[in-house]
Ligand binder design. Structure first.
Ligand code: ARG
Length: 461
C-alpha cells in the first residue's frame, strides 16, 4: 500500500510497524475538528487565490460529505493511513479525485493536528464549565435547605466544633468556583490558532492566518510558527485544572462515603448511585463516589505523562507529541462523567438531619465555646483553656457531656461561670454566634447562600 508521503521511500511499510505508529485508533475522535479545520483552510486558500474557486467548491463539497458520513458513523478508518488527517485526506481524494490533494497546500499535519487539538480542548473546556456550574447549582440548592442543619465539624477527623451543614457544602462550592475560574482563564491560551504555521517555519504561499483563525472562532493567532506547532501548554493546563478539580471531587467523595456509612449515617445516597453486594443482601455501597475517588489517579497520571513526554523535546514537532491525545481524551470523559455523577448524587442525597443533630449533642464540640465564655469575662484564654480541659476530663470520668455537668462543678472550677452557660453550650446557640465574616453563623451562611446564587447567575453562559 503506497503512503500519501511514500515518494522518497523504496520499501513498502510493514503492517506491524504501521500499527505501532498509528494514532487513528484514538485520534478518530477528532474527526469533526479535523474537518472543520480543513473547511476553514480551504476557504482561505480560495479567498487568497491560492487555489481556484472551482477547486475550493469541490473540496468543500467533499469535506461536507465526509462530515455527514462521520456523523452517521459511516467513515471507515485504516491503520495503514496512520492518523485522522491522512485518513480524511485519503477519503477526500477517493471521493472527488486528485483535486482533493490541493487541500494540503500551505499546510502541514503539524499545524493541522495542533489546530484540531485547540478546537477540541476549547469545546471540552466549555462543556466542563457547564458541568461545574450544574454541580454548583445542586450544592447551593442543598445548602439553601440546610442552613440550620447542624453537623459536627472535624479536624484530624476528630469532632472539633459544630457547623451548619450548608456551610460545609458551600466550602465545596468555593473550590468549584476556583476550578471554574481556572478553566475559564485557560480558554485565553487555548483560543489561539496555530493554523498556517506549516510544518514549523510558515509557508511561501500568500496565506491569511487571520482569516482561517476567524472562521474557526479563534481570538488570535500564534505569533511564532515554531511555538505554534510545539506548544501543548493548553493541553497541560486542561489536565492540571482537571487534576485539581478531581482532587476536590475526591475529597468530597471521601466524605460522602464516610457519611453514608452506618457509623456516621449523616446522608443516604439515592439508590441510583449505589450498588448492592452479590453476597451480602443488606449492602448498599457508595460505588459511584468510590469510583470518582479512584478515577482521580488516572487524571493525575495523564498530567504526569504529558509533562514527562514534553520535557525533553527539541523544537519543533516530534512524533512523541502524538502521545498527548489518549490522556486528554480519557481525562475529558473522566471529568465530565464525575461531574455529572456528583451533581446527581448531591441533588438526590437524603440528609439525615436527626442523626446529625444527635451527633452534635453527644460530644465535646462545645468546649471551645466554654473557654471563649471565660475569656470574654476577663480570664486569659490560655487559663480558660486549662479550666475547660479539666471540666472535660471530669465529664469523661463520669461518662457525661458538658451540658449534663451540674452547675456546682462549674462554680468550683471558676467563679466566672453563671447559669447562662447551659444556654451558651447549646449547639444551635454557639453556631449562631460564630458570625465573624466567612464563619458558620446562620446569618453568615444565609448570606453565603445568596452570594452563591448571585455568583451562579453571573457565571451562567
Ligand atoms: N498523528 C500525529 C500526531 O498526533 C499528527 C502529526 C503528524 N506529523 C508528522 N510530522 N508526523 O501528532
Amino acid at each position: 500500500m503506497t503512503k500519501l508521503w511514500g515518494g522518497r521511500f523504496t520499501k513498502q511499510a510493514e503492517e506491524w510497524v504501521d500499527a505501532f505508529g498509528a494514532s487513528i485508533p484514538f485520534d478518530q475522535l477528532l474527526v469533526q475538528e479535523d474537518l472543520e479545520g480543513s473547511l476553514a483552510h480551504v476557504s482561505m486558500l480560495a479567498e487568497q487565490e491560492i487555489i481556484t474557486g472551482e477547486e475550493a467548491a469541490k473540496i468543500t463539497d467533499g469535506l461536507k460529505q465526509l462530515q455527514k458520513k462521520a456523523e452517521n458513523g459511516e467513515l471507515e478508518y485504516k491503520v495503514e493511513n496512520e492518523d485522522i488527517h491522512l485518513n480524511i485526506e485519503k477519503h477526500l481524494i477517493d471521493l472527488i479525485g486528485p483535486v482533493g490533494g490541493k487541500l494540503h497546500t500551505g499546510r502541514s499535519r503539524n499545524d493541522q493536528v495542533a489546530t484540531d487539538m485547540h478546537l477540541y480542548v476549547k469545546k471540552q473546556t466549555q462543556e466542563v464549565l457547564t458541568k461545574i456550574h450544574n454541580l454548583q447549582t445542586a450544592l447551593v440548592e442543598q445548602a439553601a435547605e440546610n442552613v440550620e442543619t447542624l453537623i459536627p465539624g472535624y479536624t484530624h477527623l476528630q469532632r472539633a466544633q459544630p457547623v451548619s451543614f450548608a456551610h460545609h457544602l458551600l466550602a465545596y462550592f468555593e473550590m468549584l468556583a476556583r476550578d471554574f475560574d481556572r478553566f475559564q482563564d485557560s480558554l485565553k491560551r487555548t483560543n489561539i490558532s496555530p493554523l498556517g504555521a506549516g510544518a514549523l517555519a510558515g509557508t511561501t504561499f500568500p496565506i491569511d492566518r487571520q482569516k482561517s483563525a476567524e472562521s474557526l472562532g479563534f481570538e488570535s493567532v500564534y505569533s511564532n510558527s515554531l511555538d505554534a506547532v510545539s506548544d501543548r501548554d493548553f493541553v497541560l493546563e486542561f489536565l492540571s485544572n482537571s487534576s485539581t478539580l478531581m482532587m476536590h471531587l475526591s475529597r468530597f467523595a471521601e466524605e460522602l462515603i464516610l457519611w453514608s456509612s452506618e457509623e456516621f449515617s449523616f446522608v443516604e445516597l439515592d439508590d441510583t448511585f449505589a450498588t448492592g453486594s452479590s453476597i451480602m443482601p443488606q449492602k448498599k455501597n457508595p460505588d459511584m463516589a468510590e469510583l470518582v475517588r479512584g478515577k482521580t489517579g488516572r487524571v493525575y497520571g495523564s498530567l504526569f505523562s504529558l509533562l514527562t513526554m514534553l520535557k525533553g523535546l527539541p523544537l519543533a514537532y516530534n512524533k512523541d507529541m502524538q502521545e498527548d491525545k489518549e490522556g486528554i481524551f480519557d481525562t475529558v470523559e473522566t471529568v465530565k462523567g464525575s461531574l455529572d455523577i456528583f451533581a446527581g448524587m448531591v441533588e438526590t442525597m437524603k440528609v439525615q438531619t436527626e442523626t446529625m443533630k444527635t451527633a452534635v449533642q453527644s460530644d465535646f464540640s462545645n468546649a471551645t465555646e466554654l473557654a471563649d465564655y471565660l475569656a470574654t469575662k476577663g480570664m486569659p484564654f490560655r487559663e480558660a483553656h486549662e479550666v475547660v480541659g479539666k471540666l472535660v476530663l471530669q465529664c469523661i470520668d463520669k461518662g457525661i457531656y458538658l451540658l449534663d455537668l451540674p452547675f456546682d462543678n462549674y462554680k468550683e472550677a471558676s467563679s466566672l461561670f453563671a447559669e447562662d452557660i447551659y444556654e451558651v453550650l447549646q449547639p444551635e446557640t454557639l453556631v449562631a454566634r460564630r458570625n465573624s465574616e466567612g464563619g458558620t453563623g446562620f446569618k453568615q451562611v444565609e448570606q453565603a447562600v445568596e452570594y452563591a446564587k448571585e455568583h451562579l447567575k453571573e457565571t451562567k453562559e
